[in-house]
Design a protein around this ligand. Structure first.
Ligand SMILES: NC(=O)c1ccc[n+]([C@@H]2O[C@H](COP(=O)([O-])OP(=O)(O)OC[C@H]3O[C@@H](n4cnc5c(N)ncnc54)[C@H](O)[C@@H]3O)[C@@H](O)[C@H]2O)c1
Length: 265
């Protein structure tokens, strides 16, 4: 199937690590032009070089903190200045500190979770709409989560991820007539493949057991109909399809869960 991503102009936020890296690799294999927007300069440069080796027509890195004012404009402006437009925006950057709702009283942690997961996506989406509407085409993909539908130890995080679904659907309803499609991919649990897959700023870089320990991982596996965890490539394949102007031409406002059936929205 021709996905028509050859030469496509693509932004992947949080593209330096784990799932974002897998998405960057996927677009690279399709010969896209990719701008990685990430706060991690070292890991971002590594993934940019990997993308070039995998076949990206161009791979660039913009190092920035997407929670600072004006960063969406910088991200989209960089792509538009380099390539004259933007075909795909993947809002993937995210942050999560799992914990029980009654115990997660640290307001600074809420703030960071909301700002990374929601503000960055709102900002980049608003900026992308200008060039996409002007061109009469474009695709925005939001990386949400199974946690959007309610999950133990994912209260604050899941709330932001549910917000992304509303944002994506509003974008789909308001801008479908301008040729812009907007969809959501909800990953199940995706563990980093190896030490090259994450940088220092990844949520997996700290104490991995505090995020998901072996017992919790096994529990997720057992609760999953397909009895296996999800890989970055599984997510990338879904993003490549749903962002394709040919293969998913008529798909907008949809939520696709890619987690072996762990949720069925
Ligand atoms: N891994 C999972 O099991 C899983 C499951 C469901 C959903 N998700 C979602 O998928 C996305 C990627 O998850 P992951 O596991 O790859 O996470 P990760 O922490 O490994 O990668 C996130 C990337 O975003 C970057 N980033 C974070 N804050 C940033 C900021 N303010 N500005 C710029 N860049 C920033 C980090 O540097 C990192 O490279 C997130 O939105 C996450 O919520 C992950």
């Amino acid at each position: 199937m021709d996905l028509s991503h050859d030469g496509a102009r693509v932004i992947v936020t949080g593209g330096a690590s784990n799932i974002g890296r897998g998405i960057v690799h996927g677009f690279a294999r399709e010969g896209a032009r990719i701008l990685i927007c990430d706060s991690d300069a070292e890991q971002g440069a590594r993934v940019r070089d990997e993308a070039a080796q995998l076949g990206a027509q161009q791979a660039e890195l913009l190092t920035l903190d997407l929670t600072t004012e004006g960063s969406g404009a910088r991200a989209v402006g960089t792509a538009v200045q380099a390539w004259g437009g933007l075909d795909v925006l993947v809002n993937n950057a995210g942050w999560n500190v799992p914990g029980f709702l009654a115990e997660q009283t640290d307001r600074a942690m809420w703030q960071r979770t909301v700002e990374v997961n929601l503000f960055a996506a709102i900002d980049c989406t608003q900026e992308a709409l200008g060039p996409m509407c002007e061109a009469g085409r474009g695709s925005i993909v939001f990386i949400s989560s199974d946690a959007a539908f309610g999950a133990i130890r994912q209260g604050i995080y899941g709330t932001t991820k549910a917000g992304l679904i509303s944002l994506a659907r509003t974008t789909a309803r308001e801008h479908g007539r301008h040729g812009v499609r907007s969809n959501v991919v909800c990953p199940g649990l995706v563990l980093p493949e190896d030490e090259n897959a994450v940088g220092e700023q990844s949520l997996w870089a700290a104490d991995r057991d505090a995020i998901f320990n072996e017992d919790q991982i096994e529990y997720v596996r057992k609760q999953t109909p397909l009895r296996r965890l999800t890989s970055p490539r599984d997510i990338a394949d879904a993003v490549l399809w749903i962002s394709s102007e040919t293969a998913a031409r008529q798909v907008t406002g949809q939520v696709v869960a890619v987690g072996g059936g762990s949720t069925m929205p």
